[in-house]
Write a protein that binds this ligand. Structure first.
Ligand code: ADP
Ligand code: ZN
Length: 439
């Protein structure tokens, strides 16, 4: 990986000085606010209600005066009422996967598709991709932005694209092997499934499979899962973040330093706010991620609340990029489980499970209410080796997991060890929680 380590797609932008970047952001923000105010009645009335005029916004410093936007707005003004351009300027519709309710759509102009492709070209380059690479797109190609995003970025670089979309796992692996695919794009949960199937087919990464790197994202995953995937596939695994409303994948991307994700700050401004008080939080403090697009023309988003939880840092990165980095997402405010009054994120449980010998990273959290008290069951698959081990050893592992969960999240869960390959596999975004209390 050393020779690929610090490739940068657009050094002039990605390594610009913070002063230059701030000046660029200021100019672009002023322009965006003006356009939004003139063209989107909903946002105009929201600004009017706060007594804010476009002239009051002089740059990033004034961002805090602007009203927020939210997924609810995309539902309420579905499908076109947030467009800042005539519908004839829209060349693409993409939709969210609907993880948290009714799916939403976003309209992209030619400019927006272009920006997005550029962000994805930067993303793939940061993972070491050049035009010599063969990129397998195993994110769904369709309304979901994952597939098209990866396709556009790889195409922009001039790499050889293998547009598989998700699913059809055997065929994926056949193509990977026959074509000598070097870079894989899919969700981390699907990468796990692909990695296991590769091994089940008797293929050896490095010998039969030439993968060097993967750009994995679209769902929360832990540092432990990254290490697991790197070992499973013999690759560098890079985190990639995005959302339909802002641009699709590539809004932020990990470089090969693998310490957080650089935010494409010439296209978006990131803030962290306290989700309750809605006040901005300083670098280093964890809270809700909020984005303002400053180059998008179709459906610009101002202070869009993502509900994703992370922190930002402007610490310099060894790769040379100056863009601030966001940490791994530890969860969404809306997938936080409150169990017997304790806040639990699925990622905390994943950290415990992936670090435990003898279980595979396939798990499900089942929450229920029995006799007026919340219960949490953690179902996790055993490995083949563990499955054929002694009953007392299996029981020991079960106890170990229970204790670890208690010490990490502070509640006692029922841990059920499941037979190998008995749990559903994910080809896209994994479903990790069943909350029967909501039924
Ligand atoms: P949704 O999943 O809300 O239907 P999208 O398909 O647009 O909509 O996905 C965007 C969401 O996916 C983000 O808001 C975030 O919650 C999640 N996501 C995307 N990339 C990552 C990542 N690298 N790590 C964690 N979560 C991610
Ligand atoms: Zn970096």
């Amino acid at each position: 990986m050393s020779e690929r380590k610090h490739l940068i797609y657009d050094p002039a932008r990605e390594c610009m000085s913070r002063d230059e970047l701030t000046a660029l952001q200021n100019a672009r923000l002023i322009e965006t606010v003006k356009r939004e105010y003139e063209n989107v009645p909903m946002y105009r009335s929201r600004m009017d209600a706060k007594g804010i005029r476009p002239e009051d916004i002089h740059g990033v410093e004034d961002l805090k005066h602007l009203p927020f936007m939210d997924k609810r707005d995309l539902r309420d003004y579905y499908p076109f009422d947030l467009l800042a351009v005539p519908q004839s300027e829209i060349v693409r519709i993409q939709g969210s996967s609907g993880t948290t309710g009714k799916p939403i759509v976003s309209g992209y102009t030619r400019n927006d598709v272009d920006i997005w492709s550029e962000m994805m070209a930067r993303t793939l380059t940061a993972a070491g991709c050049t035009k010599e690479d063969k990129v397998q797109v195993a994110y769904g190609l369709g309304l979901f932005t994952g597939g098209f995003g990866a396709y556009q970025g790889a195409d922009r670089i001039g790499a050889m694209v293998v547009p598989m979309s998700s699913g059809n796992t055997q065929r994926q692996i056949l193509m990977m092997k026959d074509l000598g695919v070097t870079l894989l794009c899919c969700t981390p949960s699907y990468a796990t499934y692909l990695g296991e199937t590769i091994r089940d087919m008797g293929l050896v990464p490095g010998r039969d499979i030439k993968l060097k790197a993967g750009c994995f994202g679209a769902e929360p995953w832990t540092e432990e899962m990254r290490i697991h995937l790197e070992e499973l596939l013999g690759i560098d695994a890079c985190d990639i973040y995005g959302l339909t409303e802002i641009a699709g994948p590539g809004v932020a991307f990990a470089c090969l330093e693998k310490e957080g994700m650089h935010v494409n700050e010439d296209h978006v401004i990131a803030e962290i706010i306290d989700p309750v008080t809605e006040q901005p939080l300083p670098y280093g403090q964890k809270g809700e991620l909020v984005f303002t697009t400053i180059t998008k023309t179709g459906m610009p988003m101002l202070r869009y609340r993502t509900h994703d939880i992370c922190y930002l840092t402007d610490k310099p990165c060894d790769c040379g990029r100056t863009f601030a980095r966001m940490s791994r997402i530890t969860g969404r405010t809306d997938d936080m489980l409150v169990i017997r009054g304790v806040n639990v994120f699925p990622s905390q449980i994943e950290t415990v499970l992936v670090a435990t010998q003898g279980v595979a990273p396939h798990y499900m959290l089942i929450v229920d209410r029995v006799n007026n008290s919340d219960t949490l069951e953690v179902q996790v698959e055993m490995t083949e080796e563990m499955f054929s081990d002694t009953v007392s050893h299996i029981e020991e592992v079960r106890r170990h997991i229970t204790e670890q969960i208690r010490s990490v999240v502070g509640i006692t869960a029922k841990v059920s060890l499941m037979a190998p390959k008995s749990m559903p596999r994910s080809e896209g975004k994994a479903k990790r929680v069943i909350d029967n209390r909501k039924l």
